[in-house]
Design a protein around this ligand. Structure first.
Ligand SMILES: CC(C)(COP(=O)(O)OP(=O)(O)OC[C@H]1O[C@@H](n2cnc3c(N)ncnc32)[C@H](O)[C@@H]1OP(=O)(O)O)[C@@H](O)C(=O)NCCC(=O)NCCS
Length: 151
């Protein structure tokens, strides 16, 4: 997942530790209501590294639920696997799970210049709800806010 994120310097804002923490469970703390979806490509056998997963990861999505509201943190697809419906599969699954858990809405923000992601969200019926001026650093850019409401 981390390697895929490094392909996108403008969206690379999460640390290696963040990714490790997604899969760590602690008996002391209740698990956060975090959903991580991973898409693998079982037909890709190029990865011959020792300890590498048999089916390489080609995309992933992470979202967090607070009360009945979901926040989509990121959806990322490996460059070589884009435009083949992987983000669509991941978002469909998020929406399915959010609805199944009686979710109210999904919120997200995205860089203004990210036309591919904005087209993806529009296709799913997300509506623009506002702008956060200068929200993103390096390079500085406004964030466009989106919401998909279920009820
Ligand atoms: C945005 C992103 C996740 C799309 O993933 P994908 O698997 O290629 O998307 P899909 O194949 O499921 O495409 C679904 C829809 O998204 C839109 N879309 C995807 N790529 C697009 C592009 N390059 N230009 C315009 N629209 C695009 C289209 O509406 C498309 O529907 P269509 O195929 O009917 O035209 C991918 O480009 C990516 O990983 N970008 C870098 C990370 C990022 O910016 N993530 C979002 C912010 S966290």
């Amino acid at each position: 997942m981390w390697e895929i994120e490094r392909e996108n310097p403008a969206s690379a804002t999460w640390s290696h530790e963040h990714y490790e923490s997604l899969f760590r469970t602690s008996a002391a703390e209740p698990p956060p209501r975090y959903l991580v979806l991973v898409a693998e490509d079982p037909t890709d056998s190029e990865n011959e590294q020792v300890n590498a997963p048999a089916s390489p990861i080609v995309g992933y999505l992470a979202a967090q639920c607070v009360d009945s509201d979901w926040e989509l943190h990121y959806v990322v697809v490996a460059k070589k696997s884009r435009k083949s419906g992987i983000a669509t599969l991941l978002l469909n699954e998020l929406i399915h799970q959010a609805r199944a858990k009686n979710g109210n809405a999904i919120f997200l923000e995205v860089r203004q210049s990210n036309q591919a992601a904005r087209a993806l969200y529009r296709k799913f019926g997300f509506v623009e709800t506002g702008v956060r001026k200068g929200y993103y650093p390096t390079p500085p850019e406004d964030a466009i806010l989106y919401r998909l409401t279920f009820h």
